[in-house]
Design a protein around this ligand. Structure first.
Ligand code: CO
Length: 210
């Protein structure tokens, strides 16, 4: 691909937008009030706005390898803080995807250098759910299940943050765990029962906020 093509694409995109609304960019420049915070994978096949069919301004997007929410990652923690406490989004979504290379790498023993500590967070998810995962004999099914459980655990990491706990209490912010199925293009809601999956651990992570 000729990288210059990107700028041609940009010019025709501007034309298309202005054709439907001549004030499109003026309005966009006024500010943002998105309702969704989307945390997804950096994978080039898994876009954010496109797969949700939404426009610029409708979602705050954070993407990293394997849609992780590590407790000490200043990047994702800052995005959550800004989106929830300042932009006041109504929904926080963690969206994983089948065929995720990050999750696959965490199931293998290859030394990947700087990626090792990042992927270790996924190995921790495996360890937490090892009884269920080890009982699955089909490797492909086990891989898919780890993708799903990783989404669940990253949602729990979102819930551990003080700002999400506060926003949930004050204005009913909700957390959602989704999977994008690359094979079909389908977005799947895992319908995670957070009361069930956080049973017995809620008090450990509760932060009292005024
Ligand atoms: Co991925």
């Amino acid at each position: 691909m000729d990288i210059k093509k990107v700028f041609d694409n940009n010019r025709s995109w501007i034309e298309r937008q202005l054709k439907t609304d001549e004030h499109y960019f003026e309005n966009l420049a006024q500010g943002q009030s998105p309702e969704i915070l989307y945390i997804g994978c950096s994978d080039s096949r898994v876009t954010a706005e496109e797969l949700m069919g939404i426009a610029p301004g409708e979602a705050v997007v954070h993407r990293n390898i394997a849609n992780m929410v590590p407790n000490t990652d200043l990047n994702v923690m800052s995005v959550i803080n800004y989106a929830v406490s300042h932009l006041k989004v109504k929904h926080v979504v963690v969206c994983g995807h089948y065929n995720c290379g990050g999750v696959k790498a965490a199931m293998q023993q290859t030394d990947l250098g700087i990626l090792n500590p990042w992927l270790r967070n996924i190995r921790d998810v495996y360890r937490t759910h090892r009884n269920e995962l080890n009982a699955i004999t089909d490797g492909a099914v086990r891989y898919n299940r780890l993708v799903e459980l990783n989404v669940q655990e990253q949602c729990i990491n979102v819930i551990k943050t003080a700002e999400v706990q506060k926003a949930a209490q004050e204005r009913g912010v909700t957390v959602h765990g989704w999977i994008f199925d690359i094979q079909s293009g389908k977005l799947i809601d895992l319908n995670i029962d957070f009361e069930k999956v956080t049973k017995g651990i809620v008090d450990i992570y509760r932060i009292d906020t005024e």
